[in-house]
Design a protein around this ligand. Sequence first.
Ligand code: EPU
Length: 292
Amino acid sequence: MGLLTGFEKIVRPEEPLAMYTWFQIGGPAQYMAEPHDADQLLALIKRCHEESVAVRMLGSGSNVLVRDKGVEGVVIRLSEPAFAEIKIHRQTISAGGGARLGQVVTTAAHEGLAGLETLVAIPGTLGAALHGNAGTHGGDVGQWTAQATVVSYTGEVFTREREEMTFGYRQSSLDELVILHAKLQLEEDDPQEISKRLQKQWIVRKASQPMGHQCAGCVFKNPRGVSAGELIEEAGLKGTRIGGAVVSDRHANFIVAEPDCTSNDVLRLIDLIRDQVRDRLDVELELELEIW
Ligand code: EPU
């Protein structure tokens, strides 16, 4: 393994990435690493930095499309329990970057801590949610974030306090390599009331988005507060297909991958949507989905 000697137990060469993404398509990673704890993670990142090996963090794969040829370098997943601990102290919930956002939301609700209800159906890890400031029309994860511990590309650990962080629409100042840990400051409320709000959110989301299909989250950001889905529908593109990639009939800002779909099909469909929305509605759509 040369460059990664000493990490054989946590690194696998030529690991197919499709099974780690919601689209379930795309090629392999040159190396996939699943460290057991933070020390191992830091050592690995430092080695990659010394050896000039590219490193990417993969969360739960709900906002990424891996190209058919795969990716060079190391893809790291924080899949081990050490990265997913969730703890409550008074009105603060602390969680590892590898914890599922959904799990953080339901744990908070169970403990009578309110604020995150509108985030209930958002897939992905807490780290990824903070990296892209995941949210809905009802709010985002950044607004509750009190502190984050991050790791730089050189393997150094920093703590960012509330006043040092900025969060915008689907963007945050947390652009280091890893979000290792975060604290969210919430508000006390009756667990039953919180639970009712969670259920309501689930119903709304299930009715308006193609959940359970082979797809990622929204493909494009909403330009200037207009729904990209609405624009794509207005451009007449619902149901449009290239190979196995189809614009969802339920919500046009989702692409569903049918059996035999390739990443190239999805990429060509993305280009077609962008071209048609530009030509017909004079709006430039920006990707929310990450393309690897
Ligand atoms: N609409 C259409 N056609 C469509 C889709 C939507 O006409 O195909 C209309 C709806 O009828 C509604 C409006 O557009 O009047 C807004 O739709 P929706 O409530 O579904 O919200 P959105 O703006 O399309 C945003 C986020 C979603 C998030 C929902 C719910 C973005 C890009 N999308 O979608 O987030 O779940 O609000 O709050 O910001 C994501 O970021 O991956 C994502 C799915």
